[in-house]
Design a protein around this ligand. Sequence first.
Ligand SMILES: Cc1ncc(C[n+]2csc(CCOP(=O)(O)OP(=O)(O)O)c2C)c(N)n1
Ligand SMILES: [Mg+2]
Length: 276
Amino acid sequence: MTDINSLKRKAIDIRKSLIEMIYEAGTGHTGSSLSNTDILVALYYGVMNVDPNNPNWEDRDRYIQSKGHAVESYWAVLADKGFFPKEELKTFSKYNSRLIGHPNNKVPGVEMNTGALGHGLSVSVGMALAAKMDNKAYRVFTLMGDGELAEGSVWEAAMSASQYKLDNLIGIIDRNRLQISGTTDDVMSNEPLDKKWESFGWHVVQVDGNDVGELVKVFNEAPQISGKPTIILANTVKGKGISIAENVASWHHHVPTKEEYEKAMQELSEQLEVLA
Ligand SMILES: Cc1ncc(C[n+]2csc(CCOP(=O)(O)OP(=O)(O)O)c2C)c(N)n1
Ligand SMILES: [Mg+2]
């Protein structure tokens, strides 16, 4: 699916689906999941080679969700792609469900258990290095939060990725400028972010991280024989798509009330109508 209008519609469907999951479960990372929905849609519907019928296919592209807390967007996309039945989304965060509050590899399609921030990039470096050693063409895509960059282990991984010339590794920063308790600038500033990654030997690309069309383009154009890993600084809005949630730190894990839920679904339906 590369028709951009269909991708935009898909992103709204995924947003509706994740809001329903969170409202039904009474728990979840609402703002975080809405923030990276377009990134996931671009990757899974416009970029990555994956096969839901053969999730462990050895030539598949790898996706690591290092910001594991935004799991609702991830579950919604994996279900929609057919990695497991959509019906199962109703069990999210309930007793005995495998769809728990962070990604875990009991669920088909998930490469790595995440949730403790700061580990995804290191494991991705290992996967990308393995591809080089095995002469495989797959790429590794790793989604991190901008607040997550306060974890020192991210920068160790960044150093090793350029040391090993991993041009098959694409890091994505969901740069919404908020973390759990406030702005990244107030909690732990990471600016100038482009220069930091550049100085660690990465090829840096900036993009509107809520524009699926632009995202598909930059993912597909990332240089693959440059000898450098690529970092995509995806400028996003936390809570994207729901007016009362946009750019509001407390919506990081706020669960919508009944009124908020109804308003959110209404807004998303209106956005769908505009695209029809
Ligand atoms: C090692 C670790 N420390 C703290 C947390 C608690 N925590 C969960 S989400 C979060 C904020 C993450 O912010 P960011 O990376 O910017 O993600 P986003 O804004 O996309 O939600 C924190 C501190 C954690 N999950 N792991
Ligand atoms: Mg953030």
